[in-house]
Design a protein around this ligand. Structure first.
Ligand code: LLP
Length: 419
């Protein structure tokens, strides 16, 4: 049985009815299936085990920063891929061992780098020569030796949405190969920075293995050249990017296909492979539950107006992302609706011409495959609170993040003394 399924005409998450959750908590809210989180992590881990002798999975916290979600994955051996000081503190708070934390990002500040040095995290992925200079200074002052990798820009087309492509040379990420080689030479001569690894991230929501293959071939060539320079690496961080199916036409490569490509290109170096998956681990494990505020019929269309908006799930608005919409009460789909939120923006649309049963105010719907980049990209736009999150495990459910209250939202506002 899949974690999200109909039972007696109602949609369930594992053994918990979504309608029952809707009686507990104001909509909209997110629900995660612990079994699905675990099975995604298991699938990824088992595929890696099949092809690689040494690896570390570092969950990309940016995809979902919920403490309970992180805890489930880290309890199964995941470390953390972080991109901010906040995520570093979060990882440590959940109990991720510092040596299982890798830190990427083009704009790490002096404060963030200082914190990472102080906490002695596993690896800092450098994205520029300028960052290396800053980190060297911090490490020297702290009297520490810091493990670093250079994030190289593979200049590969990921065939994914333009806004989530990261590995083209015109993107801000990583260092071009010509520059990377001299950066590695400088690092090799540094007293405080130890070049232990190389890092490459091609993009997100990749459905084919070909861009990975191309990027890993380039990475392998770089590793060989570094060897000639006398630099022998310990880790190869290959980022995240493995895609998931949001709709039937999405046919993502399997973790097995992906691992085969990883192993073919990179296993021979005897390095520990670091993975930074986000979406694959959490996207299929979460749904956004929302209530129909009203149906609105115009001359040309039927609109389904939900109480969830782009502040709760922004992916359709900014990446034209597809999230399937399902009615919680099972019935034959008979009408086409444009499914929209209440936000005052024309882009607050979850889906156009979606076939659903006849719906009425008060009915519940779910937006599927919303476990990644859903809540983590949530905002207070239109002065709306961040919504609650549930975790379900078998018959059990718990609120794992409370909805923000109006007072909490207001509490950070302070009037200027002259007003
Ligand atoms: N590592 C690095 C360096 C990254 O930049 C990313 C994602 C990941 C790992 C995790 O990638 P994943 O396995 O989740 O594909 N907000 C967008 C996705 C942005 C991805 C940014 N980087 C979305 O909702 O589709």
């Amino acid at each position: 049985m899949t974690p999200f399924h109909y039972q007696n005409g109602k949609l369930y998450v594992e053994n918990v009815s979504i309608e029952a959750l809707g009686r507990e908590e104001k909509t909209p809210f997110y629900v995660y299936s612990e079994q699905k989180l675990r099975s995604q992590m298991r699938t990824f881990t088992e595929a890696a085990q099949k092809y690689l002798s040494s690896f570390q999975i570092c969950f990309a916290l940016k995809s979902n920063a919920n403490l309970a979600v992180i805890k489930v994955l880290t309890s199964m051996g995941a470390g953390a891929d972080i991109v901010s000081g906040g995520e570093l503190l979060l990882a440590l708070r959940v109990g991720v061992p510092a040596d299982k934390i890798v830190f990427s990002g083009v704009g790490k500040t002096r404060e963030e780098l200082t914190l990472a040095v102080e906490k002695e995290i596993g690896q800092i992925n450098l994205e520029s020569a300028e960052e290396a200079v800053m980190l060297e200074d911090i490490a020297k002052k702290a009297g520490k030796k810091v493990r670093v990798a250079v994030r190289v820009n593979p200049d590969v087309d990921a065939h994914t949405h333009q806004k989530i492509t990261t590995g083209k040379k015109e993107n801000k990420f990583g260092v071009a190969w010509r520059e990377a080689r001299s950066l590695y030479r400088n690092l090799a001569a540094s007293e405080n920075l130890i070049p232990v690894g190389i890092d490459v991230h091609v993009g997100s929501q990749l459905l084919e293995t070909q861009p990975f293959d191309e990027a890993f071939k380039k990475t392998a060539a770089i590793i060989r050249t570094l060897k000639e320079d006398g630099i022998v690496l310990e880790t190869i961080d290959i980022g995240g990017g493995l895609g998931v199916s949001y709709q039937e036409t999405d046919k993502p490569c399997s973790p097995d296909d992906y691992m085969k490509v990883v192993a073919e290109n990179l296993a021979d170096f005897g390095c520990r492979i670091i993975f930074e998956p986000g979406r694959f681990l959490v996207a299929p494990a979460g749904v956004l539950v929302s209530r129909v505020v009203r149906t609105k019929h115009t001359e040309t269309k039927d609109f389904l107006v939900l109480d969830a908006g782009m502040n709760d799930l922004i992916r359709p608005a900014i990446y034209d992302a597809y999230h399937a919409v399902k009615a919680v009460k099972e019935a034959e789909p008979s009408r086409l609706y444009d499914v929209v939120g209440p936000i005052c923006e024309s882009s607050d649309v979850f889906g156009k011409a979606r076939k659903l049963p006849e719906m009425k105010a008060g009915d519940l719907v779910v937006l599927e495959t919303a476990g990644a980049y859903g809540t983590s990209m949530g905002s207070n736009y239109n002065f709306r609170p961040l919504c609650a999150e549930f975790l379900v495990n078998g018959d059990h459910f718990a609120i794992v993040r409370k909805a923000q209250t109006f007072e909490e939202m207001l509490s950070l506002n302070v009037l200027a003394p002259w007003l």
